[in-house]
Design a protein around this ligand. Structure first.
Ligand code: CA
Length: 479
């Protein structure tokens, strides 16, 4: 009898072990927390003296801070396009922002560019997007069509923050039958259905992200979350109690901006609590960054970088960034080699154990092995920043320790970017051949770009024609 019972017990234990092994998908959860127009120096972990971000700082300290984290465009839409597609927006004609109030225009990131969300969804991830979209407002381009099981947020390029202020404006215009109501004051939506959001928008998005974690944790599959706060993008609107925290900041714009970042930090704290409460934190890769640099004159601080949002200098596209993943990334590290938002697609696909069908067209690289070994993920690979504006192109290109920059048709400059992140000392006259070779390489790549499919404003489109843009021969001329 005793022997049989033992055998039965053994079989039972084995069955339990097997069912646990098969019921639990061990692939990590993946969370992107994206801020909008957050400056390089506007978080504690990058040295901010006046803005408090205790929750972000704690995550950064327990993870790896990227001191050279880049996005692939210095403003919103094209930067987000590159995150989602793993390709430069320029290669698909998406190098301008989709215009405001674009519903009905048919504008959206071309559907033959599979989003990472779709890739992960097809690989068995449960997926959710929260906040700003800005990648197409018409049905075929809706987040639910591009790989997100859940979407809560707004489809345009930004939004007002305080419902009791923007809702009456919206209701008034709606009752008057106004056809051109600004995206910024329209109701938020959940999976295509209007919702009546009552909280300060940042808090509302954090609440939905927390709910998603609880819902997702009940599933056997891992999850992917894209939490795209519109903060601290304009309009500068903060909660009174958050403003009070920063009463020592004299400048009102900076004080409001600081309070907006503080609200994001509070949300991140709640998200972390939810991940902990569901035993998910250890096996979640969390990537925090901004879609572009801080906007000068609107409360941001990009110190020690030159310029800000929109610029081909570092202030436009080097952003605050960290990776947090207790299971795989050791705490307390800084990574000084360049990391690009373009790297997220192949990195996430690798974690999901899926091989993207478009793998050879992706611009980035799986960076995890490099983070672990401390090697340069972009050794001998050029990283580009190309921004067209009013009939000319600003260009920056980094190769290993060097960067070339040309803005406003002024002469090309060369910086030893590894040590001179402020781009303060032009070395072009010392190394003319290096300058020439890098400019030629950037030219060759730029000439593979596609014609823009849309412009953020009619005037920009007119200038494009009038000036026979992109006029790359002129841009890349060294004379
Ligand atoms: Ca932005």
């Amino acid at each position: 009898m005793r022997k049989i019972n033992l055998r039965k017990l053994g079989v039972l234990l084995m069955l339990i072990a097997l069912s646990t092994a098969y019921s639990k998908d061990k692939r990590p959860n993946i969370v992107i927390i994206l801020c909008d127009d957050l400056g390089y120096n506007d978080v504690g972990f990058n040295g901010s003296k006046d803005i408090k971000t205790p929750n972000l700082d704690k995550l950064a300290d327990n993870g790896m801070i990227m001191t050279a984290g880049y996005v692939a465009h210095p403003f919103c839409g094209p930067s987000r396009t590159s995150i989602m597609t793993g390709k430069y927006a320029h290669t698909m004609g998406a190098q301008f922002n989709i215009p405001s109030e674009s519903e009905g225009t048919g504008y959206g990131i071309p559907l033959n560019n599979k989003f990472i969300s779709k890739e992960l969804q097809e690989a068995g991830y449960y997926t959710g997007a929260f906040g700003k979209w800005h990648l197409g407002a018409d049905t075929p381009f809706h987040p639910n069509k591009r790989g997100f099981d859940e979407f809560y947020g707004f489809l345009g390029g930004g939004h007002d923050y305080i419902p009791e202020q923007y809702k009456p404006k919206y209701e008034f215009l709606k009752q008057r039958g106004s056809k051109n109501i600004r995206d910024y004051i329209k109701p938020l939506e959940h999976n295509g259905t209007e919702v009546d959001e009552k909280e300060y928008i940042t808090d509302g998005l954090s609440r939905e992200a927390v709910n998603f974690v609880y819902k997702a944790s009940e599933k056997k599959q891992p999850f992917f979350m894209y939490l795209a706060y519109n903060a601290p993008h304009v309009p500068l609107q903060a909660k009174k109690e958050d403003m009070a925290v920063f009463k020592s900041i004299k400048d009102e714009k900076r004080r409001t901006y600081a309070a907006m970042v503080y609200a994001v930090d509070r949300g991140v704290g709640k998200l972390v609590e939810a991940l902990k409460a569901n035993q998910q934190l250890e096996n979640t890769l969390l990537v925090f960054f901004s879609d572009n640099g801080g906007k000068l004159g609107k409360g941001a601080n990009n110190f020690p970088l030159t310029e800000g949002k929109g610029s081909a200098y570092e202030g436009g596209h080097r952003v605050p960034m960290f990776f947090h993943w207790p299971n795989r990334i050791k705490a307390g590290q800084k990574f000084h080699n360049p990391v690009s938002a373009l790297d997220l697609y192949p990195t996430f696909a690798s974690l999901a154990k899926t091989k993207p069908s478009n793998a050879k067209n992706l611009a980035g690289t799986n960076i995890l092995p490099h983070l672990q070994k401390g090697t340069n993920p972009h050794k001998d690979e050029m990283l580009y920043i190309v921004r067209h504006r009013t009939g000319l192109s600003d260009v920056g290109a980094r190769l290993n320790e060097w960067k070339v920059v040309r803005t406003a048709n002024k002469p090309w400059k060369l910086f030893y970017i590894k040590d001179d992140i402020s781009e303060s000392k032009d070395r072009s006259s010392e190394f003319p051949n290096k300058l020439k070779a890098m400019v030629k390489q950037a030219e060759a790549w730029s000439k593979t770009n596609a014609e823009p499919l849309w412009f953020h404003a009619k005037e920009e489109g007119q200038l494009w024609k009038e000036y026979h843009m992109p006029r790359f021969n002129e841009t890349f001329s060294l004379n």
